[in-house]
Design a protein around this ligand. Structure first.
Ligand code: FAD
Length: 384
């Protein structure tokens, strides 16, 4: 029997959509080229930052607020720990700005006020007193949000796929989708093994979306996550240390995490837009020691106490970006029965639970409770 909906790609967005569809009683197939959670796409690496006052824009705030509720619902249902609200800090050195989001700190503060999100504004001396792990220069301005924290992405995906399966979803794993084509009254999904048809298809293939749907407006960027040795890991335990985004130097920035219990190394990263592979398979996956050394000199040395140069591990991960770095969530103009979710990299994970719920509502009754209209690609000129 044909399903009501097929979800192509079961990472952050797809696992959430599959779970929410199955929970609502829809007959649903989820297809993935690998067996998620895995390390080939955009959703691995142990932790993701989540913040409620998301400086990326007003339209994202309802998504993250609803996601926080859903993460807690899933935790209650599964007994798994998905979200540690260990607090989050955004701070800027005197004269430092985010390289691409110029008013990121100011916008974060304004959104917190607008949405009544509990927060504190800290000056340099209070920041130094509260979080002595940072070596400050003086003149820093900080935003602290106690309800921010870290998500555990592999566990979030596992939990949602598990719940989807328990609610009757069929899962077709290690089965790459080759084409998605209109067929009669529905849509046909052709894989390396078989063909499936459904009235609606949700495409959440992450970094593979561009190739699968021929979207020239989506590009991929290699990113690196590095874990360095902490001399006293307890100093960086959740509860003593928050997730953070630091704007420093001349328009430079990095972000990092407390060390979750049972893991090794202090994880820190930045965003880079230098390497632009056309397809995920062309991405350079290895991380040279020299690359980690250069990262350490730029973002860790003289900025964080007790974090040694010794690398514990490093991983690559893929960003998919749109021309304005915003999300793309839309029914395809060429066929509205196909819904695309893409270009969420850099800041998508925190919103994924509510996006999955919104996709289920959009496809089943046309009315997502959190509006998704702001994310159509019509806002920028789309080639092709
Ligand atoms: C380094 C890094 C750091 C980040 N940090 C944060 C953060 O701190 N906070 C935050 O909120 N967000 C963060 N993000 C962004 C967030 O992780 C991503 O937006 C999100 O994980 C993307 O999920 P996705 O479902 O679109 O892609 P993925 O999770 O990669 O899922 C895509 C899935 O589609 C499957 N697939 C692909 N092609 C096919 C095909 N042809 N057939 C079948 N299946 C297919 C893949 O196997 C994969 O499982 C970060 C991203 C990166 C890379």
């Amino acid at each position: 029997m044909n399903p009501d909906v097929i979800v192509v790609g079961l990472g952050a967005m797809g696992s959430a959509a599959l779970y929410q569809l199955a929970k609502r009683g829809a007959a649903v197939h989820g297809i993935d080229r690998f067996s998620p959670p895995h390390e080939h796409g955009s959703s691995h690496g142990e932790t993701r930052i989540t913040r409620q006052a998301v400086g990326e824009g007003d339209a994202y705030v309802p998504l993250v607020l609803r996601s926080h509720e859903i993460w807690r619902e899933i935790e209650a249902e599964t007994g798994l720990a998905l979200f540690d609200a260990c607090g989050g800090l955004v701070f800027a050195g005197a004269g430092s700005q985010h390289p691409r989001k110029r008013r990121f700190l100011e916008d974060t503060m304004a959104l917190a006020r607008q949405h009544a999100i509990p927060h504190e504004v800290l000056g340099a001396s209070e920041l130094a007193y509260r979080f002595a792990q940072f070596i400050l220069k003086g003149g820093e301005r900080a935003y602290y949000e106690p309800g921010a924290g870290m998500l555990f992405p592999e566990r979030c995906i596992f939990a949602q796929l598990d719940l989807a399966r328990r609610n009757g979803a069929a899962m077709l794993l290690d089965e790459p989708v080759l084409a998605i084509e209109p067929e009669g009254g529905g849509v046909r999904v052709r894989t390396a093994r078989a063909g499936y048809a459904a009235p609606s298809v949700i495409v959440t293939a992450g970094a593979w979306n561009a190739g699968l749907l021929g979207r020239g407006d989506l590009t991929i960027r290699r990113q690196v996550l590095t874990w360095f040795e902490a001399e006293s890991p307890d100093e960086y335990a959740p509860g003593r240390f928050p997730v953070f985004i630091a704007l420093h130097g001349a328009d430079d920035h990095c972000y990092g995490f407390p060390i979750p219990p049972g893991t090794a190394g202090f994880k820190i990263a930045t965003e880079t837009y230098d390497e632009a592979p056309a397809v995920p398979e062309e991405t350079r996956r290895e991380v040279e020691e020299a690359e980690s050394d250069a990262f350490y000199d730029r973002h860790v040395a003289g900025r964080l106490r007790g974090i040694a140069r010794r690398r514990v591990k490093a991983k690559t991960c893929l960003y998919t970006i749109s021309p304005d770095l915003g999300f793309v969530i839309e029914r395809l103009p060429r066929d509205p029965r196909i819904v695309l979710v893409s270009a969420c990299s850099g800041h998508g994970f925190k919103h994924s639970a509510a996006i999955g719920e919104g996709l289920a509502e959009l496809v089943l009754d046309g009315r997502p409770r959190v509006p998704l209209d702001a994310f159509g690609s019509g806002r920028f000129a789309r080639p092709g």
